[in-house]
Every structure is written in C-alpha cells, then in structure tokens.
Design a protein around this ligand. Structure first.
Ligand SMILES: Cc1ncc(COP(=O)(O)O)c(C=O)c1O
Length: 393
C-alpha cells in the first residue's frame, strides 16, 4: 500500500492532510514520492528553523545517537547542560526546564506561576487564575486548551482545568476589568500565530507589563511559535523591550526534533523544587545536540538575514492588488487577501510546487530561517503568480 493509503487506514483522522508525501529535503527545498520538487514556506509549522537536514544539525544528532541517546533526568548529560547555558545567556533568563512540546512547556509555565503565587500568598487565597487573550492558542492538552482563548477548540472536551479567563488583545481596559484577587498571571503570545498572525500593539504590551509589575502578576510569554529567531530577534519580546517572567519555547528550538522549554527569571528560579515537575524525555541528549546547533546558528548575522528576507517578501507584494495587508514580523508573516480564499491559494501553490500555510483567513509564511535567496525568490514568484491569477469561480 502507498503511504497515503496506509495513513488513511491506520492513522486517526485528526488532520486535514494534503495529498502529499514528502520524502526528502534540503534547506527549503523538498521532494515528494514522485520526485516532484517543492519550495517550503512552512518549515513544518515553524519547526525546521535550519530547513531540511542542515549538515551540521544532522551530523550532531547522528553523532549523539551513536554516543548516548538517553539517560533519565536522574543524571546530567553534556548536551542538555550546554544548551541550558546557551539558552540562559542568549535570553537573559536564570533557569530553564526542558519539556517535549509547546503544550507541555506551557503546562509547566502555568504550574510555575501557580506555585509562585501559592508559595507567596498561601493556597487559601486561591490566587491561581491565569488570564490569556481571546483568539490565543496555547496547545491541545486539557489545561493548555483551557488557556486557549478560542471556543472552537473547546467543543466536546469539557470539563477543563479551572482558573482561566480571557481578555481582549490590545484592550487594556478589558484586561483590568478581569483582574480580580484570584489572578496570578497573564499569558500572551507577542504575535498570535494560529489565531491569524496578529502582533500585540507595543503600547498595549507596555501597559500590560506595567500592570503585571504593579500587581505582582507574572507575565508568561508563549514564544512557542515566535521564539528562536522566527521574528528577526532571538525572542519576539525583544521587539517590545519587555522581559516577561516566564517565556516558553518549542517548535524552532529543536530544528525538527521534539523539544519544549520554559525559561524563568531569577525570582522564580528556585520556585519549582524536587518532585514538583518532571518529564521522562525532557532534555534528551539527541534532541539537545540538535538544539545546540540551532542556537549556534541563530546568531546576529542570521537574525539580520531574517529581517532582510522579511523586507524582500514585503517588497514583492507591495503592488499586488490581491494583497490587502501583511502582518507579522521577520519570517512569521500573514498575508491578508482581498478576494481569494486562503485555502484555495494553498492548494494552487501546492500544485505549482510551493508549500504555504493558512492562519485563519490569511496566507501564513513560515519559511526556514536559512532559506536561500534563490529559494525565497522562486517561492515568491509562484505565490505572486497564484495571487495574480484571476479568480477561477
Ligand atoms: C503559540 C503556540 N503555543 C503552543 C503551541 C502548541 O505547541 P505543540 O503543538 O508543540 O504542543 C503552538 C502550536 O502551534 C503555538 O503556536
């Protein structure tokens, strides 16, 4: 049986998969079972930050898998130690906890926020509520779904974890109205990814940060999608000049292997103690060896290149009538269309050999940070042609 048929028969139908089986790739170029070539503007939804099979990344994980693949978190390994130092030095945070996915990193961040509040104010005060934003996306576990401010994800899975409420993004009055005595933290995405590539207003971000400081609320930034260079800074928070108390990472950190992490500042560094949190695979040596290569490569030069690529993308569509607006930063961009349906554009691009994503009604571009100029220009030409074609209906 072909892969397509095997998946159809044996895998749960939770994804609307395209009729495409990718078999190999290099940087932002990949091939299907029939040898057809595609330019990839999706990086596996922001994961393959160094593209497909970067030589150094592949070599590092191959070597690590032949040296030591797993111990347990009862012991130290070199890759996780090196990665911890790199992450803290690059971000200015004091400590990291390793998880395996974005949802798991967010779960840990929520636990950390509640523990801080309970330790400081006492469990009797019930100061445990987390305010997140309407239209946010924080993951698929029961608790991170509770944190996700979109009802569409909430059908059929009640009851959720208690202690979550949602405030309108970019509306400080709405946030203030929701801050009762039970709130311990506010959780945000600097740019809502799944919600449609919607950046927070800088003024709102400043006001939010000030309120959090004033009321001793922890600010948790979910940088699962925006982190590790995606927006043209190592962390998207750097665009806003704000250092949240906790930042979560995942997707792009591993360059294609599963990892999540939450980082915290000094005052939270010793809040979680022995036994408070754990996960079997967290800090896995092979995964961390890959992440170490990602962190080495996401340096100032690469970040500058990401910003230059953003400028090229924006220029390309500056006079395209179908393009109403481009939202986002760096290589996390959402193209708002005038008339065309984003889902149709995705299929038309795929037929022409270009992989793009949607985010709500926008076309979402998340190419590898390392995409070459030639790959970028080839892909943009395909997208431009598709957008310039008259509507078929
Ligand atoms: C901002 C954000 N948070 C959390 C998640 C969940 O990450 P994961 O699918 O790795 O659990 C995602 C995934 O799209 C995300 O974009």
């Amino acid at each position: 049986m072909k892969s397509q048929e095997l998946v159809e028969k044996y895998v749960m139908k939770t994804y609307a998969r395209k009729p495409l089986c990718i078999v190999s790739g290099e940087n932002a170029t990949c091939y299907d079972e029939n040898g057809k070539q595609y330019i990839d503007f999706s990086s596996g939804i922001g994961v393959n930050s160094l593209g497909f099979c970067d030589d150094d990344w592949s070599a590092a994980i191959a070597k690590q898998s032949q040296t030591l693949q797993h111990t347990s978190n009862l012991y130290v390994t070199q890759p996780m130690a090196i990665l911890a130092e790199k992450l803290c030095l690059k971000t200015g945070y004091a400590k990291v906890f390793y998880a395996n996915s974005g949802a798991e990193a967010n779960e840990g961040a929520i636990k950390l926020a509640r523990k801080y509040s309970f330790d400081k104010y006492g469990a009797a005060k019930k100061r445990y509520k987390i305010i997140s934003l309407v239209n946010s996306f924080h993951g698929r576990t029961i608790t991170t779904l509770a944190a996700t401010g979109q009802d569409v994800f909430h059908q059929s899975f009640h009851p959720f974890t208690e202690g979550f409420d949602y405030a309108q993004a970019n509306n400080i009055d709405d946030l203030l109205a929701k801050l009762d005595d039970t709130v311990c933290a506010v959780m945000i995405e600097w740019i809502q990814g799944e919600g449609g590539v919607n950046p927070l207003d800088p003024e709102y971000a400043k006001a939010l940060s000030a309120v959090c400081q004033e009321k001793d609320l922890l600010l948790i930034a979910d940088e699962v999608q925006t982190g590790v260079g995606r927006t043209g800074q190592f962390l998207a928070s750097q665009h806003y000049g704000i250092q949240p108390d906790i930042t979560t990472l995942a997707k792009g950190l591993g360059g294609g292997l599963p990892i999540g992490a939450f980082l915290c500042n000094e005052r939270l560094a010793n809040c979680l103690q022995y036994g408070d949190h754990g996960t079997t695979f967290g800090g896995n040596p092979v995964v961390c060896a890959g992440a170490n290569v990602v962190l080495e490569k996401v340096d100032d030069g690469l970040l500058e290149a990401v910003r230059a690529k953003e400028a090229l993308i924006r220029e390309t569509f500056a006079h395209t009538p179908e393009v109403m607006q481009i939202d986002g930063m760096g290589l996390m961009l959402g193209i708002q269309l005038q008339q065309k349906q984003a889902v149709t554009v995705v299929d038309e691009c795929l037929a022409e050999g270009l992989i793009v994503l949607t985010a709500k009604d926008k076309i979402r571009l998340l190419p590898p940070l390392t995409i070459s100029e030639t790959e970028l220009k080839t892909g943009l030409e395909i997208l431009l042609n598709v957008l310039n074609q008259p509507n078929k209906e």
